[in-house]
Unconditional design. Structure first.
Length: 448
């Protein structure tokens, strides 16, 4: 399983402002991704669905992500910023990464920014992609497809400080996952890290006044418009208007209610890939050899009871940051996070073992104990997930590991011969739901 190259967050100078950006992949086509209203490069990267969406885009592009000025990891600025200023920021980021010409993808409120950039700078815009893009947020007799009337907007602004940081927006942004506690918690964390309530209000007031109906006819670059028919944030008539107004635009209307495509991305990714490359199907095989890693916190229930909900949440957040740091360090790909356990894959078993061992050591100063299980086998790539008997075996092995132990299958042990990693034989075991008997080995600690 090939992992996309991901740079650390870096900063481009745009006038007096530093704009945070990162690059994913090394594909032949540069793609600048202008996201919706509120972003934070590091917080978003912790969301497995978003990260996998970016990795799949990076299979055929060099993906360029950035935080708009005033939010996320970019410099905070007083008040709101204009589309023209943020257009300058896009140019600054492109210059910083050495991109002379790029496809520009605008999502949600990022749509007007992408449209203006494409219209004003066709020499630097190879193509335009609009996904769930807005035309005008204000609803009135002239434009009945906005988000709010003037009265509704002012009411929302009055209550914004008390709602900010509670993650309520996920109900509209991604109804498909809105009922999940982790989704609400993620959106709440994104809000408080991306912006303060005051800065958020200034930005939202600026966005409420944007109207790009006059910009659309002036766009003269190849354009793809993708929109979910039943989405809750940006009415589908926004996309239908753009399809009628942007010359020679290709319009694809998809089923669904999510404003963002990350949680069910296949159709959107297929359209983008075909638009940019002429090929609809991914080059990624549907079955690959991978090493699966499962980790689990030992005694988490008792520890949570001892600390109380708030302190336990803080400790669990430190645990998650620690594991993600080690996964990135050793080239692991996080696929799922359920409660206090992680599921990740690696393209090599030795890296997976070293990562698991480092995780055990890294969480110890937090007063936590982790157990880990590893197995190498052929896995199936189903949509945006990894499945197959190898995954089940890895999970069962992890369940048999002791606190602080990294337990592996005989397959893993055999594949790392000559690596200098040593093992202790833990005998033969039957794994629930898995046929046959399996010989298991515990990875010896460093120096053992």
């Amino acid at each position: 399983m090939t992992l996309s190259r991901v740079t650390d967050v870096r900063f481009a100078r745009s006038g007096d402002v530093h704009v945070a950006y990162r690059v994913v992949g090394e594909g032949p086509i540069d793609l600048v991704y202008a996201q919706g209203a509120f972003t934070h490069l590091e917080i978003y990267w912790e969301l497995p669905a978003f990260r996998r969406y970016c990795e799949r885009l990076a299979e055929f592009t060099r993906l360029i992500l950035f935080d708009k000025r005033g939010m996320g990891m970019s410099d905070r600025v007083p008040g709101a910023t204009t589309l023209e200023e943020r257009m300058d920021d896009v140019r600054a980021v492109m210059d910083a990464v050495g991109s002379e010409r790029a496809a520009v993808m605008g999502e949600s409120e990022g749509g007007p920014l992408a449209m203006l950039f494409a219209a004003a700078h066709p020499e630097r815009t190879a193509a335009l992609i609009l996904q769930g893009a807005e035309v005008r947020e204000r609803t009135d007799d002239e434009w009945p497809w906005g988000e709010d009337t003037e009265e509704e907007f002012e009411s929302a602004m009055a209550s914004l400080p008390e709602r900010w940081g509670k993650g309520l927006g996920i109900d509209w942004v991604a109804p498909s996952v809105a009922g999940q506690q982790w989704a609400r918690a993620f959106w709440a964390r994104l809000q408080v890290h991306s912006s303060t309530p005051g800065a958020a209000e200034a930005f939202m007031r600026m966005a409420f006044d944007i109207d790009v109906r006059h910009v659309a006819p002036a766009i003269n670059v190849p354009t793809l418009i993708v929109h979910a028919r039943g989405e809750k944030v940006c009415h589908v008539e926004n996309a239908r208007f753009l399809s009628r107004t942007i010359p020679r635009a290709r319009y694809v209307e998809l089923p669904g209610e999510d404003h963002v495509p990350w949680f069910a991305p296949n159709d959107t990714l297929a359209e983008i890939r075909e638009f940019l490359t002429g090929q609809r199907e991914t080059a990624t095989p549907d079955r690959v050899l991978a090493t699966v890693l499962f980790t689990d916190l030992v005694g988490s229930t008792a520890r949570a009871s001892e600390l109380g909900d708030r302190r336990w949440r803080d400790l669990l957040e430190q645990h998650h940051r620690t594991l993600r740091r080690e996964l990135e360090r050793f080239g692991g790909r996080e696929l799922d996070t359920a409660g206090d356990g992680f599921f990740a894959t690696f393209d090599g078993p030795a890296r997976a073992i070293r990562c698991a061992r480092s995780i055990v050591e890294a969480v110890a100063p937090l007063g936590l104990e982790v157990r880990a299980g590893l197995h190498t086998g052929e896995v199936e790539l189903l949509d945006d997930k990894v499945a197959g008997i190898a995954v089940n075996i890895g999970a069962r092995i992890a369940a048999r590991a002791a606190a602080g132990e990294v337990l592996v299958s005989g397959t893993v042990k055999d594949l790392v011969a000559g690596s200098g990693i040593s093992f202790a034989d833990r005998g033969v075991a039957e794994l629930k739901g898995v046929p046959g008997e399996w010989r298991l080995y515990a990875v010896n600690q460093r120096g053992s």
